[in-house]
Ligand binder design. Structure first.
Ligand SMILES: C[S@@+](CC[C@H](N)C(=O)[O-])C[C@H]1O[C@@H](n2cnc3c(N)ncnc32)[C@H](O)[C@@H]1O
Length: 283
């Protein structure tokens, strides 16, 4: 990559196609090449930060090395990481009332650790929310449990591992949980407060890079409850089923898969039954 000044610019139809094909190949994310203003906005930002002069040159890098640095940066540039604590709150209420008692009845947390997997974890807000719920449920039951967070974006995984959030981020967390699971950082007196997830949750979490469309067969993970939320919308119908099947394969019998409330799958993943809106149970 050269150091010449980046030029903002329009992206032609052929270049759009090459860029969306590359990101699809690497992550399954399906972007219509006609979404030119979205592509131009994200790609121009990418050119600025990567020091590549223009989109033609970026495409050349992709052609020379379709899985190299330019390709990885493209995935980073085109992924969307919107998330929040206790997003789609109904799933957490369901966990407390139904999901956790059901998986514990199957031996999770007792004979073996109970595992919660946030399969497209973004900053970790989903993972830590689930951790707060499990900790509350398990505290007087002496449960053993772990958290696993995975994502296709290396950058967001670094952020998830830091587990540091701004004042606005923590607003959806119930007050008593904030007191218990957040540590306020002592910055300059006039600086905005920042909050770090407490070690009792962080110490239970493993974070790792995965592409949900291409999960390594040797991946040592079997979850009792897997969150696969607000990521399927970025895949085409075939890849949605593939990603859901890949995750379902790594769920314990009697365990659950949660999808986003707006992400209806065309059919339940193999071996799973829809038991409530956006909640599947493994037979
Ligand atoms: C919109 S966020 C959703 C975060 C969280 N699950 C939630 O519901 O709030 C989507 C996340 O999916 C990740 N992602 C996209 N494609 C992926 C893939 N093929 N494998 C794993 N993660 C992927 C993105 O990097 C992003 O962090």
């Amino acid at each position: 990559m050269n150091g010449s000044l980046p030029q903002r610019g329009r992206i032609g139809a052929e270049q759009s196609q090459i860029l969306v094909d590359a990101v699809h190949r690497l992550s399954g994310i399906s972007i219509a090449p006609t979404k030119t203003s979205f592509l131009e906005h994200r790609i121009n930002r990418l050119l600025q930060t990567s020091g590549v002069a223009n989109v033609e040159e970026y495409v050349k890098h992709l052609r020379v090395n379709p899985t190299g640095l330019a390709a990885l940066r493209l995935v980073e540039a085109l992924t969307t990481h919107t998330t929040s604590f206790f997003r789609e709150r109904a799933h957490y209420d369901w966990m407390m009332a139904v999901g956790l008692p059901a998986v514990v009845a199957e031996g999770a947390g007792l004979d073996r650790p109970l595992v919660i997997w946030s399969a497209a974890c973004s900053t970790g807000a989903e993972l830590w929310s689930a951790g707060m719920v499990v900790d509350g449920y398990g505290r007087n039951r002496n449960l053993r449990w772990d958290l696993v967070g995975t994502d296709v974006s290396q950058k967001i995984l670094v952020k998830a591992a830091q587990a540091i959030f701004e004042e606005d981020d923590i607003l959806p967390i119930p007050e008593e949980m904030r007191k218990r699971y957040l540590l306020r950082s002592r910055g300059a007196p006039d600086a905005k407060s920042r909050y770090r997830i407490a070690p009792e949750l962080r110490s239970r979490a493993r974070l790792g890079w995965v592409n949900l469309l291409d999960l390594p067969s040797g991946m040592a993970l079997t979850a009792d409850i897997a969150f696969l939320r607000n990521v399927l919308i970025y895949f085409d119908a075939e890849d949605q089923l593939r990603a859901a099947a890949n995750v379902a394969r790594r769920i314990q019998p009697g365990g659950y898969l949660l999808t986003g409330h707006s992400e209806g799958l065309a059919s339940p993943p193999p071996g799973m039954t829809l038991v409530a809106p956006s909640i599947y149970r493994k037979e």
